[in-house]
Design a protein around this ligand. Structure first.
Ligand code: NDP
Length: 302
């Protein structure tokens, strides 16, 4: 999720000095703006930004910005990679995974019934967790999972080698990757290729009763296929932080499905000060002819 607006504004006021950096939607003197900072496409605004030299996202994902047909694609574009985002995402996903491994949903039920019963502890090494997306966030999560004794699997677009992680790459290896995952965590950017990446066939490739944790972007998990797989017992439980439509509509069956835990896109966000520091660093780098930190590859879409 993007940085909180109020903290972002305060941090830019404090740190930006006289740099011509504007936070969408505040565009005073648009012809003087050298850098625009935004999460969603400032549709229609770019035409007025005649001196624009840098576009900066306020989050790790840039799909909303790339969706704007008026985006000046020749300009440099950077996104956010920050420790607090990597840590926040690891906390969010670990919380979901550990609840499942340690069967706390079952113990919640025992408590409601005032029923004292101990079950044998499941060995994390026999409970493989697969991560779809081995970028800044996926690798951060993989390290924590490995430290906690999990067997970790990972899937990315290009082949990757990571210590302690069994890696797979590309569409051809997707189902082989999924077949070995007791739980799968989706940490992918939203692109044409990752839309519907967990469709009915992919959900069927998981072992029966597998857990899904979706924290990349809505649209990567086929929601209708997920509901059907939950009802059929193919998926044991799903933790969804991102949805196709956000906010989740009141009449969505996702709200009330007993097999789904919903969080409102809160997995991780940069704090305003860290975001402001990154944007200023990147603006200064650009003005001094140096390479940007965390550039977006527009052709790849992330
Ligand atoms: P990165 O760009 O660092 O990593 C993306 C990873 O996804 C890479 O490993 C990449 O493969 C892989 N990937 C991309 N396309 C495909 C594909 N078609 N098939 C297989 N793998 C693919 O991103 P981050 O880790 O920083 O962030 C991931 C996403 O998490 C963001 O784009 C954002 O949408 C989401 N996010 C959600 C938040 C929330 O609050 N819910 C907060 C922050 C981020 P390769 O290594 O080959 O390039």
């Amino acid at each position: 999720m993007p940085a909180d607006k109020a903290s972002m504004h305060a941090a830019f006021l404090e740190l930006a000095g006289d740099r011509p950096i504007a936070l969408w939607p505040d565009l005073p003197e648009p012809e003087k703006i050298g850098c625009i900072v935004a999460f969603r496409a400032p549709t229609g605004a770019f035409a007025r930004l005649t001196n624009l030299r840098l576009i900066h996202g306020t989050g790790a994902g840039v799909n909303h910005m790339l969706a704007d047909p008026t985006l000046p694609r020749h300009l440099p574009f950077a996104r956010v990679v920050a420790d607090e985002v990597t840590q926040g995402m690891a906390q969010h996903c670990l919380h979901a995974i550990l609840r499942e491994l340690r069967e706390h949903r079952m113990y919640d039920g025992f408590q409601r019934e005032k029923h004292w019963q101990r079950m044998p502890q499941i060995d994390a090494a026999t409970w493989p967790v697969g991560i779809m997306g081995l970028g800044a966030l996926g690798v951060g999560l993989a390290e924590h999972l490995a430290r906690l004794g999990f067997a970790v699997r990972g899937w990315s677009r290009s082949a990757r080698q990571l210590p302690g992680v069994e890696t797979f790459a590309g569409p051809d290896q997707k189902h082989a990757f999924l077949a070995g995952c007791r739980a799968v965590v989706v940490l992918l950017p939203l692109t044409a290729e990752t839309t519907g990446v967990l469709d009915a066939a992919a959900l069927a490739a998981l072992p029966r009763g597998a857990v899904v944790v979706a924290a990349g972007r809505g649209g990567q998990v086929d929601e209708a296929a997920l509901l059907a797989a939950l009802d059929a017992g193919q998926i044991g439980h799903a933790h969804l932080d991102v949805m196709v439509t956000e906010p989740l509509p009141q009449d969505s069956p996702i709200w009330t499905h007993p097999g789904i835990t919903v969080t409102p896109h809160i997995a991780a966000a940069p704090n305003g000060k860290a975001l402001a520091r990154l944007v200023l660093e990147n603006f200064d780098r650009l003005e001094n002819g140096r390479e940007l930190l965390f550039p977006v590859d527009l052709a790849r879409g992330y």
